[in-house]
Design a protein around this ligand. Structure first.
Ligand code: DX5
Ligand code: ZN
Length: 224
């Protein structure tokens, strides 16, 4: 199956949000990735359901909402009402992850779970059957424009192996430090969804950059 590309609005020009979202609409992007940060789970604050709702009014693509917040269970209903199609919570923020994932599924959204770079994919062993997406962080969450942590490639492969062995269909999304220079490796390791912020919105031609992300191909490979 062809991979998906999800531009992250975090790197957009916030004085021209409507134009940036229109660019995404006209591009080959599959989803719009929205990074919600609370200044507690991560050392940065971005936006909440009101901005997601505004983006939803303009955006014709599914909204992929990445919650980097503590106690995400309190806000899942609000983000769903705001138009989120995919809602991803962090393993590190959810002591009752199974319950939170069920809560997301009950809203009708696709449930995603994310792990930070230091956490192994084995932590997700008993939740994989319940989720539609696993988001592997390839930078420490909080900021755009950071350097890709190459250990993520091994984690993608391990997770791909587990999903294949267990015949599960959760997508593997990778987020942080992805550009045209390393996207092929990320895909070859087994990713399905590429998130890219700076590489797209800071490019001279963002729409063409999205087209180039979509055109990257590649057989799955082992990086050992
Ligand atoms: C980081 C966010 C990312 C971020 C990626 O915490 O989750 O989605 O926007 O930005 P780039 O692609 O610039 O690393
Ligand atoms: Zn993100």
């Amino acid at each position: 199956m062809k991979h998906l590309v999800a531009p992250s609005l975090l790197a957009a020009d916030f004085t021209r949000l409507a134009e940036e979202i229109r660019m995404v609409n006209e591009s080959q992007a599959d989803w719009l990735h929205l990074d919600v940060m609370d200044g507690r789970f991560v050392p940065n604050i971005t936006f909440g359901p009101m901005v997601v709702e505004a983006a939803n009014r303009l955006c014709t693509k599914p909204l992929d909402v990445h919650l980097m917040i503590q106690e995400p269970e309190k806000y899942i209903g609000q983000f769903r009402e705001a138009g989120a199609d995919v809602i991803t919570v962090h393993y590190e923020a959810c002591p009752h992850l199974h319950r939170t994932v069920q809560q997301i599924r009950e809203t009708g959204a696709i449930a995603g779970v994310s792990i930070n770079p230091h956490n192994p994919v084995s932590l997700l062993e008993d939740i994989l059957e319940e989720v539609g997406l696993v988001l592997l962080m390839s930078v420490n969450p909080g900021f755009g424009g950071q350097k890709f942590i190459y250990n993520a490639l091994l984690k993608i492969q391990r997770l791909r192996d587990r999903l294949t062995t267990r015949n599960l269909s959760a997508r593997i999304e990778v987020d942080g430090g992805i550009g045209l220079h390393n996207a092929e490796k990320v895909l070859q390791a087994g990713a399905d969804v590429l998130v890219a912020g700076s590489a797209i919105f800071k490019a001279d031609d963002p729409k063409d950059t999205i087209r180039r992300f979509k055109e990257i191909g590649g057989e799955m490979m082992k990086f050992v």
